[in-house]
Design a protein around this ligand. Structure first.
Ligand code: FPP
Length: 247
């Protein structure tokens, strides 16, 4: 079935966030080492970024590496970092060709030097692009992001740059890594797991959640379109009644 043609282009969500999961299990299914799953996961990243551009998405956030992922076997972490460097440097011209701007959230300084450098270079080269913003969550922890925001707010209060009364939803939001990015309307997780895994906990307060059993390397832009069609069929009430939202 062609899901793309079923999408109401006028009501495409501004921001879709994805927890890419199942690379390891996909590799196991194919009797291959885990890194084979990650390598194939890159094809899915490419397909989904392409699809996001086709339907005019503004923001696409991909959970590529959590702070908890540092605890994985050293060999897998090193291979993932290498894959990231290689992918970024290979893809930067395609990003530019497609008007995609690369952004990151998370603690870039904890990544290996070459990885951080490659990412900074790619962000710099794509900063003028006005199409899709592709946000990679790298060495990211939502709880850490929230704690860092609280620390900065506390320090601004101590320095009289902010009063306690000033603190509200939008001020708090402005202290997060995602300050200038609208909250995701849709969060997708692959691989049949029903968890949030410390991802964008503040930002997804009212996101629609979509889970699919597909492992990430099997996920393509067509699956993204399917998730968006599903999202567009939902009624978003934000705590109101059906009658109030007028559907
Ligand atoms: C989750 O599968 C996937 C990751 C932790 C890494 C995602 C990385 C990529 C898709 C490749 C590089 C990405 C970019 C953006 C260039 P898992 O290993 O947790 O799978 P499992 O749950 O089956 O073990």
């Amino acid at each position: 079935m062609d899901y793309k043609s079923q999408i109401n282009i006028k009501e495409v969500p501004g921001h879709v966030a994805i927890i890419m999961d199942g690379n390891g299990r996909w590799a196991k299914q194919h009797n291959k080492p885990r890194i084979f799953g990650h390598k194939n996961g890159v094809f899915s990243v490419r397909s989904v970024v392409e699809g996001a551009g086709e339907i005019g998405l503004k923001y696409l956030t991909l959970y590529a590496f959590s702070t908890e992922n540092w605890k994985r076997p050293k060999i897998e972490v090193a291979a993932l970092m290498q894959l990231l460097v290689a992918t970024i440097s290979n893809e930067v011209s395609a990003l530019n060709k497609n008007n995609v701007r690369l952004l990151t959230i998370g603690d870039l300084s904890s990544l290996p030097g070459n990885c951080e450098k490659e990412l900074q270079k790619a962000m710099d080269k794509t900063k003028g692009n006005t199409g899709l913003s592709l946000i990679l969550a790298l060495s990211y922890s939502s709880k850490t992001e929230i704690i860092n925001a609280v620390k900065k707010i506390a320090s601004d209060v101590v320095e009289n740059a902010l009063t306690i009364e000033d603190i509200n939803d939008s001020v708090f939001n402005s202290y997060l890594d995602t300050a200038v990015i609208e909250d995701p309307q849709l969060l997708i997780r692959t691989s049949g797991e029903y968890r949030l895994s410390n991802f964008l906990l503040w930002q997804i307060a009212y996101s629609e959640l979509y889970f699919t059993d597909k492992f990430w390397p099997d996920f393509t832009k067509e699956d993204l379109f399917k998730a968006i069609v599903d999202y567009q069929g939902r009624e978003r009430r934000f705590g109101l009644t059906s009658e109030q939202v007028g559907k």
